[in-house]
Design a binder for this molecule. Sequence first.
Ligand code: TYM
Length: 338
Amino acid sequence: MDQPPASAARLRVLSGIQPTGRFHWGNYFGAIRQYIELQDAGDAFYFIADLHALTTVRDPERLRGFVRDAALDLLALGLDPERATLFVQSDVPEVTELTWLLMTVAPMGLLERCHAYKDKKARGLPADTGLFTYPVLMAADILAYDADVVPVGEDQVQHIEVCRDLAGTFNHLYGEVFRLPKPRLVEGGAKVPGTDGQKMSKSYENTIEVFEDLAAQKKKIMRITTDSRPMEDPKDPESDHLYQLYALLAAEPDVAAMAALYRQGGFGYGQVKKALVEATATYFAQARQRRAELAADPQVIDTVLAAGAERARAAAGAVLDRARQACGLGRRAVGARA
Ligand code: TYM
């Protein structure tokens, strides 16, 4: 049998992102920035998780629009299709077949403990099996590409643990089929706070989108919640979500100066918000310009995604084949040995 290489010549990097709306700062600083950074660290595969998005987006035109926007946003933010493979999840049907193979070794209890399903159930909302088995599809996504490293935010770590569990069980039953991946988090970006101080997330309605217009961003920034301590009090910058956001976006010397100002006291949060508005305009200026250029040529996206799908299918096909053979699917010539 074709085994996973024991030590890969090149690091395999893989990650996925859902097209459920426009990307926000949490997506960017937690994940996308890592995608860009890692595209030269090895063979990088990044995909737009439209199958996962189907568990929440039930409008076909919106979903198609989100997928295109996601591709445009990723390219504008620096993902380079010459250096990384960018594709759409549903263009690789090998992954859905692999999901079934993994489903046969996925204990109910393991999936019941996964937070997306657990949270929905706790809120008394009806959950479908798509949401329940979501982590199995995600495991297939990762294992299908022999990924070593999965750059993500903190909220995805549990899913990567599930992936490792399922891969371990499958390997235990059928031999060394899958390579075990590790999550990769970045300091300061693993849990980006939203405008209310909780984790930035669409479901909390506390997001600031990367490419929304500057006036809308300014409005949201000016409404970021702050505490009511007197202006003159010294404050700990690290524990303030407004400062944490500023630290992600501003230039290093400005961040250091802001931290000093917090510790010294005698400043207003309005002043910090104004500085954050300026920092975001500068930080994403180039990406905004690039996005406008890319959007002018709709063909680019189709070409990039088609080439990406081809490369991704080749990689996933090899792994699926290995898994099928290992568990007894497919016909092997009589007398042939593994
Ligand atoms: P998704 O689409 O919710 O989020 C995409 C990426 O953004 C990160 N992220 C954050 N990071 C830091 N702070 C935040 N506030 C924040 N909000 C979001 C997420 O951690 C993620 O890395 N299940 C995945 C998509 C997926 C996937 C995969 C990821 C499907 N298959 C295979 C990796 C590998 C998800 O829903 O991410």
